[in-house]
Design a protein around this ligand. Structure first.
Ligand code: MN
Ligand code: MN
Length: 471
């Protein structure tokens, strides 16, 4: 034997020899991966907002025997319940045989994504153009949202409580909307600005019409014509926009990316890719021991505040209801439940992008198609504001992945001092839950068209399912 061969044997034994999941995938694996991704893209295309995601998730849950927790008197092992919070966030549970006080197996994702919201007084006319005024939601690069087709989604609620659902720009006969950008011929000044200042937030005005209402004695005839068309379609007037939540999202759909169809390109994959995979996982998990809970949170992209964000007490309320309806409750038991619980904070990670290699530490990056990626910690600079999983929990989770032969990797958000970020992990960790971040690595995160690997999407599904079953 030459020394070289011995050295290779030793390297196989001692190195962390991660490689692309596609290299080991069988034809049957690939068939399952592509089928799952097709179903994911179909769901994503009709779930572009948190309200649409929650509504479609609720329908799938009902089809699979889950019941609204408010409609059941008591719960016991094997029961499946959900709570839909104001149509924008959801908590879903499959009751296990063990007592709730022994802890929950949680997987938590968020279903809101960066976008543009309409302002409360959105409509105005300027120079025979009608516009909607917008305010961006979450961390966006503003220039990416000009000169692309946008669709309008959301609700308008009249003072009598009537709720009008809006979805325009998705159907093949629907019009779309757009925010105009300056032609390069006249953009000398704009092009010299910093990228962050090239498009002002206040100038993100949506073009919605140009045809005047034909009469002589009115000003703002284009605005009048648009309001008249909106009134014919939805039965509302300008004042009704005061009680509306209308969101602009890219009008294009998720599609397979590449000659090899290996990736998914689509809007809102942060974090609907983890939301969809954790939802599918709880539908298909064979829960026996601890109770499994799937969290689909809203408002993560703006700090998890408010009564549909993860900071809200509504999650505590849901778990208290589980305790009440299982007959297990007693004073302060909720704290014990949390302290005995474990969680995967299911949020997308940063995939290593060779075009922007300088922001990543190569040995601590997540690579596309290497499987679900764990961020042991988040935060920025000296881990400020981050949630940091302990080694003992990390080891337990590794055990689950290894036992189930699931590809995974452990990474960080980017180079030290380059930037940072966070997820809902710290909120549950503060309650005493063991938490680690674990999600699909993506390219172009927070852009109108994010990219994920189909291998990693399926790996996330398998990870969440295994975690519900045996954490
Ligand atoms: Mn996210
Ligand atoms: Mn995000």
């Amino acid at each position: 034997m030459s020394e070289n061969i011995e050295g290779k044997g030793l390297a196989d034994k001692l190195f962390n020899n991660k490689k692309s999941g596609w290299e080991c995938a069988t034809d049957e694996d690939k068939r399952l991966i592509f089928k799952f991704s097709d179903e994911y893209m179909e769901f994503l295309n009709r779930s572009k907002t948190e309200r649409e995601f929650a509504k479609n998730a609720k329908a799938v849950l009902e089809e699979n025997g889950f019941k609204d927790i408010s409609s059941v008197e008591s719960i016991s092992a094997g029961d499946k319940v959900y709570y839909c919070n104001r149509g924008k966030s959801m908590y879903i549970a499959v009751i296990g045989e063990k007592k709730l006080e022994e802890g929950l197996n949680l997987v938590g994702a968020h279903i809101d994504s960066p976008r543009l919201d309409l302002k409360p007084n959105p409509i105005y006319e300027d120079t025979e153009f009608a516009y909607f005024n917008t305010q961006y939601y979450g961390g966006i690069k503003k220039y990416q949202w000009t000169a692309i087709p946008l669709s309008l989604h959301g609700v308008i609620v009249k003072i009598n409580g009537e709720k009008i659902e809006v979805n325009i720009g998705e159907g093949s006969d629907d019009p779309i909307f757009t925010i105009t950008d300056l032609l390069p011929h006249l953009a000398k000044e704009q092009m010299q600005k910093k990228l962050s200042d090239g498009v002002n937030g206040e100038d993100l005005n949506l073009l919605i019409g140009n045809m005047p209402y034909c009469c002589k004695d009115v000003k703002d005839k284009v605005k009048l014509n648009i309001l008249n068309l909106i009134n014919e379609r939805y039965g509302i007037n300008e004042t009704d926009f005061l009680s509306a939540e209308l969101e602009l999202v890219p009008a294009f759909n998720a599609k397979s990316l590449g000659f090899d169809y290996s990736m998914v390109a689509g809007y809102g994959q942060d974090d609907k890719v983890c939301a969809y995979t954790s939802l599918r996982a709880i539908l298909e998990a064979g829960v026996q021991g601890k109770t499994a809970v799937c969290i689909l949170a809203d408002k993560e992209e703006v700090g998890s505040m408010g009564n549909t964000g993860m900071e809200s007490q509504t999650f505590d309320y849901f778990v208290s209801e589980l305790l009440n309806k299982s007959g297990e409750n007693r004073p302060n038991l909720l704290n014990k439940v949390f302290c005995n619980s474990s969680m995967l904070s299911a949020d997308v990670g940063v995939a290593y992008d060779p075009i922007f290699a300088s922001v990543s530490d190569r040995t601590n990056s997540a690579y596309m198609s290497y499987g679900v990626s764990f961020d042991k910690y988040t935060g920025s600079r000296g881990k400020a504001g981050g949630s940091d999983a302990n080694a003992e929990f990390m080891a337990r989770v590794r055990g689950i992945l290894e036992r189930n032969n699931i590809s995974y990797q452990v990474s960080e958000l980017g180079k030290v001092d380059v930037g940072g970020g966070g997820t809902i992990a710290y909120i549950l960790a503060n309650k005493g839950v063991e938490v680690i971040d674990c999600g699909v690595p993506v390219l172009s995160m927070h852009s109108p068209y994010e990219v994920a690997s189909k291998f990693d999407v399926y790996s996330a599904f398998r990870t969440y399912k295994a975690f519900y079953e045996e954490a």
